[in-house]
Design a protein around this ligand. Structure first.
Ligand SMILES: [Zn+2]
Length: 447
C-alpha cells in the first residue's frame, strides 16, 4: 500500500511536469513613424517591409517555479515600459520581477521607443506625443501577450542545446585602425547560437527561443521601412518551418558586434536563413532535456558616470550638432533642478532552467567580453548571456574598451542623453552582480 501511494505521488508529480504557453502580437506602429538606431536618418518610415512583433513564452516547472520571457522586434526596451508591465503582471498573475525578462532584438529598422530610445533629429512636439503614445501601446501589448501566454499553458517538455552562426564581426577594429593605425587590438566574437525548444505532448514543436550576439543592423541608415532585420527574418522562416510554433529571438552581448556583409536588403534575409538553418539542424538532433526547478533572481544596481561639470553642458547646449545640443540642454535642466545625473539604474536577471541551462539577462548594449568571461567562469555549454534586457540606457563597455576609447567606450552616450562615460568600475560592478545572482540561484562556477 505504501509503495502504491509512493508510486501514485511519483506519477502525479510527473504528470504535473512542465507547462508552457506562447503568444505573439504585432506591434507595427501607425505610419509615418520615426525609426531609431541610426542618428543619420532624416525622415520617418512610411512603409513596412517586414512586420514587427512582441512575443511571450511562459514556462512553469510544476513545482511553483515560473519564467516569462517577452521578446520584441525593437531597438530596445526601456525601464519605464518594462517596470509598468511587470507591475501589471504581478497584479494579474503574481509574476515576480525576477521571473520576467524583456529582450529587444535591437533592429535599427524599428520605431522609436519612449522615452529614451528616440534617436532622430527632430524637435516636434507632435512626434514626441506620437512616440509616447506608442510607448503606452507597447505597455499594453507586452502585458497582453504575456497574459495570453500565461493563460494558455499546456503540458510540455523543454530542451536546450547550442549551435553556431558565423556572420558576427567585431566592429571596433575598423574604427581603432583608423584612429590609431599600426597597432593591433583584440577583436573578440561569440558565435554561439543557444536554442531552447518547447515540445507539446503530441510531439509538435510549439516554441523555439534562440539568440545571437550580433547587432541587428544588416539594414543600414539608408533603409527607412519598418523591418525586424535578420532576427525578424530568422523568426519568420523558423515559424514557417515549424507550423504552429512561435520563434522568439534573444539579443545577446552584441554591443561591439556587427554583421558582415551588410547594407543590402537581401543580406538581412540571407543572415536570417543562416541562423534558421543552424537552429533547425540543432533542434532536430539530440538536445539536452531540461529537468528540475526554475530558479530566478533579479537586482538593480547603480552604474556611476565619470564626474562632469555644468560648464561642459553650457557649451554643448549651444552646439550646432542636434544630439549634442539635446544632451547639453537635458543635463543643464538636471543641474537646474539640483539633480545632476551621476549614475544610472542597471537591471540584472539570472534564471536557472533546472541544472541544464542558465540565462543571465543584462540591461544595455553589452559588449561581447562580458559573455565570454561569464561563460568561461560558469560553463559555456550551459550559460547564455543576453543583453538588451529590461532596459537600454547606453553601451556597457569593459575596462579594456574604456582604455581603447571610441563609440562603445562612451562617445555614444550623447545619443542616449546620458551625461558621459561610465567610470572604470562598470565592468566589475556588472560582473559581480551577475555572479552574485547566479550563486543565489545555485549556479556554481565551472571550476
Ligand atoms: Zn547598438
Amino acid at each position: 500500500m505504501k509503495l502504491l501511494v509512493a508510486l501514485l505521488i511519483a506519477s502525479c508529480a510527473h504528470a504535473a511536469g512542465y507547462r508552457a504557453g506562447v503568444a505573439a502580437v504585432e506591434i507595427t506602429p501607425e505610419l509615418p513613424f520615426w525609426l531609431t538606431g541610426f542618428a543619420a536618418r532624416t525622415r520617418p518610415a512610411e512603409n513596412v517591409t517586414l512586420p514587427i512583433y512582441a512575443k511571450a513564452l511562459a514556462l512553469e516547472d510544476g513545482e511553483g517555479g515560473r519564467v516569462v520571457i517577452v521578446t520584441a522586434d525593437l531597438v530596445g526596451v526601456t525601464a519605464e515600459i518594462t517596470s509598468e508591465v511587470a507591475r501589471r503582471l504581478e497584479q494579474s498573475h503574481k509574476i515576480r520581477r525576477d521571473q520576467l525578462v524583456f529582450n529587444a532584438s535591437h533592429t535599427h529598422s524599428g520605431p522609436a521607443v519612449w522615452p529614451r530610445l528616440h534617436i532622430a533629429p527632430v524637435t516636434d512636439p507632435r512626434v514626441d506625443r506620437q512616440v509616447e503614445a506608442y510607448g503606452r501601446r507597447l505597455i499594453d501589448e507586452f502585458t497582453k501577450v504575456a497574459r495570453q501566454a500565461l493563460d494558455q499553458m499546456f503540458p510540455a517538455t523543454l530542451s536546450f542545446g547550442q549551435t553556431e552562426a558565423g556572420f558576427a564581426t567585431n566592429r571596433r577594429v575598423d574604427h581603432l585602425a583608423l584612429v590609431r593605425p599600426g597597432r593591433s587590438y583584440p577583436a573578440p566574437v561569440d558565435n554561439a547560437v543557444p536554442v531552447w525548444k518547447v515540445t507539446a505532448a503530441d510531439g509538435g514543436v510549439r516554441a523555439l527561443i534562440f539568440g545571437y550576439a550580433c547587432h541587428n543592423t544588416v539594414l543600414t541608415a539608408g533603409f527607412t521601412a519598418i523591418n525586424g532585420d535578420y532576427a525578424g527574418y530568422a523568426q519568420q522562416s523558423l515559424e514557417r518551418a515549424y507550423p504552429g510554433a512561435k520563434a522568439l529571438f534573444l539579443s545577446l552581448c552584441a554591443g561591439d558586434q556587427r554583421p558582415a556583409p551588410r547594407g543590402k536588403a537581401e543580406l538581412a534575409v540571407q543572415h536570417g536563413e543562416t541562423i534558421t538553418a543552424a537552429v533547425r539542424k540543432r533542434a532536430s538532433s539530440r538536445m539536452t532535456p531540461v529537468k528540475g526547478r526554475f530558479r530566478s533572481a533579479y537586482e538593480e544596481i547603480r552604474l556611476p558616470f565619470q564626474a562632469h561639470t555644468r560648464e561642459v553642458y553650457e557649451a554643448e547646449a549651444k552646439s550646432s550638432d542636434f544630439y549634442a545640443a539635446r544632451r547639453g540642454k537635458a543635463m543643464l535642466a538636471a543641474f537646474d533642478a539640483k539633480r545632476p545625473i551621476v549614475d544610472t539604474a542597471y537591471p540584472v536577471t539570472a534564471i536557472a532552467f533546472g541544472d541544464s541551462a542558465a540565462l543571465v539577462a543584462l540591461g544595455g548594449e553589452v559588449v561581447v567580453d562580458y559573455a565570454l568571461r561569464l561563460k568561461k567562469e560558469f560553463g559555456p555549454d550551459r550559460l547564455v548571456v543576453a543583453a538588451y534586457s529590461n532596459d537600454v540606457m547606453g553601451y556597457i563597455p569593459t575596462h579594456r574598451i574604456l582604455r581603447e576609447g571610441g563609440y562603445e567606450a562612451g562617445d555614444s552616450m550623447v545619443y542616449f542623453v546620458q551625461p558621459g562615460w561610465f567610470t572604470d568600475e562598470v565592468e566589475e560592478l556588472v560582473l559581480d552582480s551577475a555572479r552574485r545572482l547566479l550563486r543565489r540561484i545555485g549556479v556554481r562556477a565551472a571550476k
